[in-house]
Design a binder for this molecule. Sequence first.
Ligand SMILES: Cc1cc2nc3c(=O)[nH]c(=O)nc-3n(C[C@H](O)[C@H](O)[C@H](O)COP(=O)(O)OP(=O)(O)OC[C@H]3O[C@@H](n4cnc5c(N)ncnc54)[C@H](O)[C@@H]3O)c2cc1C
Length: 398
Amino acid sequence: MEKFDAVIIGAGAAGMFCAAMAGQAGSKVLLIDNGKKPGRKILMSGGGRCNFTNLYIEPAAYLSQNPHFCKSALARYTQWDFIDMVGKHGIAWHEKTLGQLFCDDSAQQIVDMLVAECEKGQVTTRLRSEVLSIEHDENGYTIQLNGDSVQAANLVIATGGLSMPGLGATPFGYKIAEQFGLKVLPTRAGLVPFTLHKPLLEQLHVLSGVSVPSVITAENGVSFRESLLFTHRGLSGPAVLQLSSYWQPGEFVSVNLLPDTDLDELLNEQRNAHPNQSLKNTLAMVLPKRLVECLQQLGQIPDMTLKQLHVRQQNELIETLQAWQVQPNGTEGYRTAEVTLGGVDTKELSSRTMEARNVPGLYFIGEVMDVTGWLGGYNFQWAWSSAWACAQDLVSVD
Ligand SMILES: Cc1cc2nc3c(=O)[nH]c(=O)nc-3n(C[C@H](O)[C@H](O)[C@H](O)COP(=O)(O)OP(=O)(O)OC[C@H]3O[C@@H](n4cnc5c(N)ncnc54)[C@H](O)[C@@H]3O)c2cc1C
């Protein structure tokens, strides 16, 4: 039976990076994946350009039952370290918005970089491999694969979350955690579009494709200022994706469709200057015309001139446009979610090494654990940082 210092299951962002770092430091590493290609989510990410990190990484941008858990790893392997590696591979990048860094060319460059780093670390990679069972005894971990078995002193689970089953996502990591007695917190889809109840969806259907700047606020007070996109299923766009991670079924969200406008002031000014101007045309100065027309048809915007609009109606209109209360029906679920909230309880793991506190040599890295970042490169940075922390420990215990 072939022996390795470490077997890493999952050749995604975290698994590849961990394999490369441990291999380069001298560990004999086997990297296993069930897919036919490594890094499939990386290839899909950032619209094919991979938003590989963010200039403003901070622990506050991560959701976890233990918000302190991510601090150590993020501080020890930072966005600057990863940017440095990207630079060494000659990958050109740009900041798109809010510190989000994307490849100029293609996400394939990040996968190629990770493959090259794994080759430099002499990592053995086995794709299209199923793990049939894992056993642990005084000799370490015995991993039965379809074909043969391998043995390793250390086992790293980097199988990610449940989002996008079409890209190879499985609950494997949670099952292994449970097999070894680790608690797994309930999981749910995050960074995912909202679906709407049928009557509202039918009313807003015509707006499919319309995007507006917005501030969206959850019932717990968390809010995001980014764009909102009306879709044929409901609401999407960065603001909605961000907020979905903070939303619980049944809750309302408050939407400000005019976050940069003092609507009261605008209406008063326009009324003084053009009293016979229609309310519809006035609002079309600051909102997409299709949205104004739709809201007028729904009776949310009165069909009148500015001089006819009295104070009570004006206040109601401001409420409608700047504190629109929407109760999502649900989310689109794991099928389109970018991430999975919850997962392996971080209380079970060392924040310095990602090793299970009570199971020597068993590590969890990346999205499989209960650490979920905001949209914008935060999730990949968690993959890099947690993988790096693990790799340092793998090397020190060899
Ligand atoms: C469409 C999309 C776009 C995204 N865009 C971005 C972005 O631009 N920026 C960002 O920061 N984050 C983005 N994310 C989130 C990011 O991709 C994940 O957070 C990140 O990939 C997690 O890394 P990971 O290594 O933990 O898991 P993954 O990258 O999901 O890798 C897990 C690997 O494990 C393998 N695997 C699973 N089960 C088994 C099994 N039983 N046996 C063997 N192998 C198995 C899978 O095939 C996969 O290769 C995006 C996600 C999606 C779905």
